[in-house]
Ligand binder design. Structure first.
Ligand SMILES: O=C(O)CCC(=O)C(=O)O
Length: 208
């Protein structure tokens, strides 16, 4: 029987400013089955976010998971972590081994079709630690392929990758300081995609 993961194809690409990207294509062979299991396990929902004082529904479904104390805030909201599920636990163990890092939290994003998207942003929230110069994020893509576009904050240079099902994209170093990233809408007919961005956040006791 084939192992559920292939040996990682390590190809680190360093971008302007010193941040880096590693793309491991086809890392999870059973990504369609993992997505089907996770769509049953995760409490995915359309959330409301606050941008410039106005409330908007997110154009995708999300859920936040983590160890106790690993809350996360973005777009004017704070999310307490939902528990790990059996499938998330298995994926996390493989990523911890790949990266030699203990990921303690993740954001799940469910793109139901090409109209669902993620706007330009950087993962540079204070929960990710005091320094934006070394933020490690492992992004797992399950299901349909989507474009992942990076834009340099100062020079406006653009780079893009197609993130296929089963791939793992790792972002590291000062990438979040210098670049923003997005998953654009598409008019092409695309199937559903589930993305999991594993993170290391600084746990804090819950404030009642
Ligand atoms: O869906 C993706 O590939 C990107 C997700 C993302 O940007 C995020 O969770 O911050």
């Amino acid at each position: 029987m084939l192992p559920s993961t292939q040996p990682a194809r390590r190809g680190r690409e360093t971008l302007a400013g010193g941040g880096w990207i590693e793309l491991h294509e086809g890392f999870f062979r059973d990504h369609e089955a993992q997505m089907a299991a996770l769509l049953e396990e995760l409490p995915l929902r359309v959330e409301e976010v606050v941008v410039c004082g106005k409330r908007y529904p997110t154009p995708r479904r999300t859920s936040w998971h983590g160890d106790p104390g690993c809350a996360y805030g973005y777009s004017g909201r704070r999310w307490e972590p939902s528990p790990w599920t059996p499938t998330l636990d298995r994926i996390r163990a493989q990523l911890d081994e790949l990266e030699g890092v203990h990921f303690n939290s993740l954001l799940a994003n469910h793109y139901r079709d090409g109209a669902d998207a993620m706007g330009a942003h950087a993962d540079d929230e204070p929960e990710l630690g005091p320094s934006r110069d070394d933020v490690r994020i492992a992004s797992v893509s399950l299901g349909a392929a989507r474009r992942f576009v990076l834009g340099h904050r100062a020079t406006k240079e653009k780079r893009e990758w197609s993130l296929g099902g089963g791939s793992v994209l790792v972002m590291g170093g000062p990438l979040q300081r210098d670049w923003v990233h997005r998953v654009p809408r598409t008019k092409r007919v695309v199937g559903p995609r589930l993305n999991l961005t594993f993170r290391v956040v600084v746990p804090r006791p819950r404030i009642p």
